[in-house]
Design a protein around this ligand. Sequence first.
Ligand code: AMP
Ligand code: GLY
Length: 429
Amino acid sequence: MKILVVGSGGREHALAWKIAQSEIVDEVFCAPGNPGMDEIGPCFDVDPTDLHKMQELVLQISPDLIVIGPEAPLAAGLSDALRARGFDVFGPSEKAAQLESSKGFSKDLMKRFDIPTAAYGRFTDLTEALDFLETMSPPYVIKADGLAAGKGVVICDELEEAENEVEAMMTGKFGDASTEIVIEEFMEGEEASIFVLTDGDGAIYLPPAQDHKRVGDGDTGLNTGGMGSYAPAPVVDPRMMELVQTLIVEPLLSGMAEEDMPYQGVLYVGIMVTPSGPKVVEFNARFGDPECQVLMAGLPGDIVPALLTCATGGLVHGHREIAEMMGVNAFQPSACVVMATEGYPESYPKGSIIEGVADANAVEGVTVFQAGTDRDSDGKLIAVGGRVLGVTAVGMDLKEAVSRAYAGVDKIDWPQGFNRKDIAWRALK
Ligand code: AMP
Ligand code: GLY
């Protein structure tokens, strides 16, 4: 069978890499892909949010399954457009993807289905927002309603700073994405990411993961898309996982199905682990990046039957067998160290040459997933993005996975790159 992977980041490289290992897959196509994905199968330079061009491409290659990686094409309605043409798509509809593309939508849904999360208010009026803010206690959590490339959440210790932030957002800091905002209660605890594969009815739970959002060691400095990840994350023990299932995922999936917007694809549940159980920080409509890299690396089996069944239905009957095919119960501990261009997450230069990827891939257990890479006119690998490589490794235990990942990092010759030195510290401490 032929599968098209949509996206161009480390997450999509990991998906394409894993899908290509399936015995039932003959060919993997990517749109737009990256130099790492180009080694797996043909890449087509099409913008995934351009629905017209994407439909043309899909009609041309006629894939048996389309796997959509990033949130932007989901929010733009790509799954709906391709399904309307009769294709099988792994990824939620535009309506269901509002779980990620509108924080207000997602909070209202949680309230309706009685899902544990922070108390909140939703505002389009500045005066009302400022009045509400005064009733809250610090730290103040202010969120742009729409997609803001991971920058739409600001946490302030002082009321005045929070008032300024509310005003900045509502007067165009993130354009249309922040004319509406959510103000919510601050939750104390450790964060973790839970990924659920679903056809809207049945569900397969992947091992819990954790990412490192801050740029600096010890979780300090600016927020990023994620500087590293690991799985399984011991902070989510089996009891906590069961609570995530019964208090969060089951009510959400059944509620969305009842409201005529069944959720299909991968559901990303960002939770705060608190003494009174898990609370939702956010939902996303896609895999995490770099959490996807450790999940794909650590699953020893075939992921394609799961992706296909999520797209076509029937998971509720087959979920045990399909989870077994993926090897969920034989998951190998896995860690990913992100290498980024010096300067990230602020401005950074483009075009520096990266060497040693093949040497890193030769280290036992290591796979390098590419994100912000390109080829120069001589065919040399260059950095063109902030997050550039995800050096990922599996091991007998997390300690071995982490040490192999760093052995891989040592093989990369890229003076303009940097990485955190403490990936998985919470689990290893
Ligand atoms: P979000 O995009 O909603 O996941 O928010 C980005 C980050 O802000 C989260 O990963 C948390 O670290 C933090 N955050 C968001 N909401 C809250 C909250 N209510 N309490 C504490 N931290 C939060
Ligand atoms: N690693 C966090 C995210 O993908 O949103």
